[in-house]
Design a protein. Structure first.
Lengths: 385, 366
């Protein structure tokens, strides 16, 4: 029987499907934190079911949630927004991403995308009829996007510049001076900045996260997304947001109404509790990711596997080029032989067939076991060469 | 310095009138709001218990893109039970509400067709979904006399003219009028002869006394007909935003992939709530339907006594009335909201939800 070679997101779903069949599988693939949503947030949802289930929500979301979001982006990101007109609540970061691309790009417009990047940007661009213009980044530079390369990629069709920091899958964080340089290019070339801050609470060592919209002159041309998914372990609640200047946000609001009407009231109340309630669970989870990252990097070092240093995020993008195999094949073998799921780089970009993305979203004992098994699979692959 | 790029984006937006169509509120905003799409219903304790239990057990993570398997099966069962269709779990995508269903079907099934036939009077969400990415639309005439359902010969005419995809509502989202089983049979024949497909919004079907014919029931197996609607209406799920798409197997991958791109999946808690609602739905629906039918005939009488024309409709949860501008202003002045027919394509019509406040609203016209 010949199995058609799946690619991109389809390949991921094929691997996820297979992984599900193994009782002892260790998931180091999907970007879904292992922690369950903190109890006080679940309690707020339950309260909302009893007391608020018949609330009505405008497409842009409940005002109380938009106020909590405005306070959050001020506190964490130093972005000033008016909750009345400059915030739209979305069904997760994913819908926010789709809406930002739709709001800004028309058929034929170009968006500059540092690569590798989260593949949904390319998918959304395809839907909008926009064109992706890639700027490559490399493991040996810890996947730093060079502003000079970005400037060189601008054409008279460029409408937008995508800045995902920390990046997925590369885990690079745009440094403050680079961020300023990126913004200078956007202003000089009159580009809209599409900013993805979804991993902003996960930054390691001495690296520093800057939200592009917080820089002088940036807000009027920047749309910024974030979500509760990764920071609060709320992937299943489908709650995110976009903040930006009122004029562009009016367009985002109409698009939100057109594609899904609004967001679940129950999730919105849970979101209010998450943003305004105690934050110790977030800190506890961030601390766990710090420990796990060290553990994973030490294991990769011991296996002699190179990677771009994960400056932020919840994963590492590791170079498995030494195997001589395509990452899809390597991911497949690690899964089938050792029941460990890691994502092939080829699912993120056709040029990253030499990489695997491994997440730190499992308890430490599971990660240790997963890395041990991976070592066995890699040794087998190398021995066959 | 003002941004030229931004000015271009905003100009694009302003010229796109379809995208700016105002939508009815999903759920009533206050007691005198008679214009919302969602039926205001208490949330059954069993639904609260089931959703809470799922959340407390850690169902707080992503689930499968098309929805949790048990809910997909429950939606297929409910549709088949109500309409004699033959959908299976694999034909179902759980959506984040009926507007997402409209968007995914119109855009993704629409991609395979050169044009799409759309009634001149439909829910404004249809225009909005079309506005996101332009499609070649062929308008189907829809008149008040038949509750804004396009006549069969008009459907036959555009199909004969080459249109191979239709978007139809039955019951109409404005009047509640539904096609009879003979009419549904006739539409099916037109489609079958031409190999044409349809997206069928049957979301209001549960509110038709005695059942409502569905285009999907005319197929031996789902091949060309996609059905959309809200999941288990009347059980208090309106503000949870949960709907469905029931579609032939070969249409599923494109919609599922687009669903992944724009949402990853539908809220996990909402899905567990809907799963519990599936077992309460039929009983709740019957009870609600008899209450609605009684109220609706009272409202119709009251309207007739005031010389207002009621547009004939079958769904018991809504009523469309022809009112003068003065009467509409009077209603607004008295604090009542209603769905404005203008946004559906019928300017002189208002749509009221059937509840006791509607009787009060009519009295405000005296
Ligand atoms: C960079 C980035 N943006 C957005 C998202 C969407 O996240 P969600 O829709 O779960 O909030 C993800 C998810 O992995 C991501 O990695």
């Amino acid at each position: 029987m010949s199995k058609k070679k799946a690619q991109g997101t389809n390949l991921l779903y094929q691997l996820i499907g297979e992984a599900r069949g193994y009782d002892d599988v260790i998931i180091m693939g999907r970007g879904d934190p292992d922690f369950d949503t903190p109890a006080h947030i679940v309690a707020a949802a339950k309260d909302a079911m009893i007391n608020h289930h018949a609330d009505s929500t405008p497409p842009e979301g409940l005002l109380a949630l938009r106020e909590a979001i405005a306070a959050r982006v001020k506190r964490v990101n130093n972005i000033d927004v008016d909750p009345a007109t400059e915030v739209v609540v979305t069904n997760g970061g994913q819908e926010a991403l789709f809406l930002m691309v739709l709001a800004v790009l028309s058929p034929g417009d170009e968006m500059i995308v540092p690569e590798p990047n989260y593949n949904t940007y390319a998918d959304s661009l395809r839907f909008a009829g926009g064109v992706k213009v890639e700027v490559q980044t490399y493991a040996e530079d810890d996947f730093r996007a060079d502003p000079a390369d970005v400037r060189a990629a601008v054409t008279n069709k460029t409408r937008a510049l995508l800045l995902v920091s920390p990046n997925n899958p590369a885990a690079s964080v745009i440094s403050p001076p680079d961020m300023r340089a990126m913004l200078d290019i956007a202003i000089e070339q009159d580009l809209i900045v599409i900013a993805d801050d979804i991993y902003d609470l996960f930054v390691y060592d001495d690296f520093e996260h800057v939200s592009p919209a917080s820089l002088p002159g940036a807000k009027e041309r920047t749309l910024t997304l974030n979500a509760l998914s990764k920071a609060y372990s709320m992937t299943g609640w489908r709650l995110g947001w976009i903040v930006g200047p009122a004029d562009l946000m009016a367009r985002v609001r109409e698009l939100k109404a057109a594609i899904s009407g609004g967001a679940s009231i129950i999730s919105q109340h849970a979101g209010i509790a998450a943003l305004t309630g105690p934050q110790d669970a977030v800190e506890m989870m961030a601390e766990a990711y710090r420990r796990r990252r060290r553990l994973v990097l030490d294991a990769l070092d011991a296996m002699g596997i190179k990677y771009g240093l994960p400056q932020g995020g919840q994963f590492v993008f590791a170079d498995i080029g030494f195997t001589g195999l395509d990452s899809g094949e390597v991911a497949q073998r690690i899964l089938t032989e050792q029941h460990v799921l890691a994502y092939p780089g080829s699912a993120f970009s056709k040029d990253r067939k030499d990489y695997l993305r491994m997440t730190f979203l499992q308890p430490e004992d599971q990660l240790i076991e997963g890395l041990e098994r991976m070592k066995v699979a890699m040794a087998n692959i190398v021995a066959e060469r | 310095m003002a941004s030229q790029t931004k000015a271009e984006i905003l100009a694009d937006h302003e010229s796109n009138s379809a995208l700016q169509a105002p939508l009815p509120a999903p759920v009533a905003r206050h007691v005198k709001d008679l214009g919302a799409d969602g039926l205001l219903s208490p949330l059954d304790e069993r639904i609260i218990a089931a959703a809470s239990e799922a959340l407390e057990a850690g169902q707080t993570h992503y689930v499968d893109v098309p929805g949790i398997a048990a809910l997909r099966a429950a939606i297929a069962d409910a549709l088949n039970g109500a309409t004699n269709s033959r959908y299976e779990a694999g034909n179902i995508i759980v959506s984040a509400g009926v507007q997402e269903s409209r968007f995914l079907t119109i855009q993704m099934i629409g991609e395979n067709y050169e044009s799409i036939g759309i009634p001149a009077v439909t829910h404004p969400g249809v225009q909005k979904a079309l506005g996101v990415r332009g499609r070649n639309v062929i308008s189907l005439p829809a008149a008040a006399e038949r509750g804004y359902l396009p006549p069969i010969d008009a459907i036959a005419e555009i199909v004969a003219g080459g249109c191979r995809l239709l978007y139809l509502e039955s019951p109409s989202r404005l009047s509640g009028a539904a096609y009879t089983s003979e009419e549904v049979g006739a539409i099916a024949e037109v489609l079958r002869d031409a190999g044409a497909a349809a997206i069928w919004d049957g979301g209001l079907a549960p509110w038709v006394d005695g059942g409502c014919s569905a285009l999907a029931s005319t197929e031996e197996s789902p091949t060309l007909i996609t059905t959309i609607g809200e999941a288990f209406p009347g059980t208090g799920l309106a503000s949870w935003f949960i709907g469905y798409i029931a579609s032939p197997e070969d249409q599923i991958p494109a919609m599922q992939s687009q669903k992944q791109i724009m949402a990853i999946c539908t809220s996990t808690a909402a899905q567990f709530a809907a799963l519990e609602a599936s077992s309460l739905f039929e009983e709740a629906r019957r009870l609600k339907l008899s209450q609605l039918a009684q109220l609706r005939s009272q409202i119709a009488e009251s309207a007739a006594a005031r010389g207002l024309a009621v547009i004939a409709g079958d769904a018991q949860n809504i009523m469309a009335l022809r009112v003068s501008e003065e009467a509409a202003a009077k209603l607004r002045g008295a604090g009542f909201d209603f769905a404005d027919g203008a946004s559906f394509g019928a300017p002189d019509i208002i749509r009221l939800n059937v509840n006791s406040a509607a009787l009060e609203a009519l009295r405000a016209l005296d």
